[in-house]
Design a protein around this ligand. Structure first.
Ligand code: SME
Length: 162
């Protein structure tokens, strides 16, 4: 595992490119899912300075809160509900520029203004968890975030395959 962790760069692209190899190094040689996801959440939160970063696991017919960094959050989300439930149902990344414009958005914190939610798929092709990242600012997330965070999801998929 990496002994130090520092994200360099000024642009979002530079920061993600500095972050990704460090995330790889962080989980190398460790096969415990919770340990790896916990470190990835910390790396994203502190590396990219996001407001809230967390995992929700698919458990039966709900999403259940997993490793996260940031303020306390909702523990359970139903299939199809909120941005997280919608990403699970539609099996795709969802970028929300303004949470107030997303019908059914679940406000865990009134400070959250925009978010991106990405699904991860198990061996059977079903969604097994989702990554949710929230920002205190409007329109924080765009195609650059999708591009790099989908690479993070591949790493998450490798360390959490069920
Ligand atoms: N806003 C999310 C709920 C999770 S919290 O933001 C951590 C949603 O609408 O699904």
């Amino acid at each position: 595992m990496a002994e130090s962790f520092t994200v360099s760069g000024t642009t979002k692209k530079e920061k993600y490119e500095s972050l990704l190899p460090q995330i790889k190094a962080l989980i190398e040689g460790e096969n415990d899912t919770i340990a790896n996801l916990s470190n990835i959440m910390a790396a994203l939160k502190y590396g990219m300075d996001f407001f809230w970063v967390g995992i929700y696991f698919v458990k039966n017919d709900q999403l259940v809160l997993g490793p996260f960094q940031g303020p306390v959050a909702c523990t359970r989300i139903d299939f199809g509900k909120g941005v997280c439930g919608a990403a699970w149902k539609e099996k795709k990344t969802i970028i929300v520029k303004d949470v107030d414009q997303f019908p059914g958005h679940i406000a865990c914190s009134s400070l959250s203004k925009s978010e991106i939610v990405l699904p991860s798929f198990g061996k059977n092709g079903d969604v097994n968890l989702i990554l949710d990242i929230d920002s205190e600012h409007l329109a924080t997330f765009d195609e650059t975030d999708r591009f790099y965070l989908e690479q993070v999801m591949e790493l998450i998929g490798k360390c959490s395959a069920v």
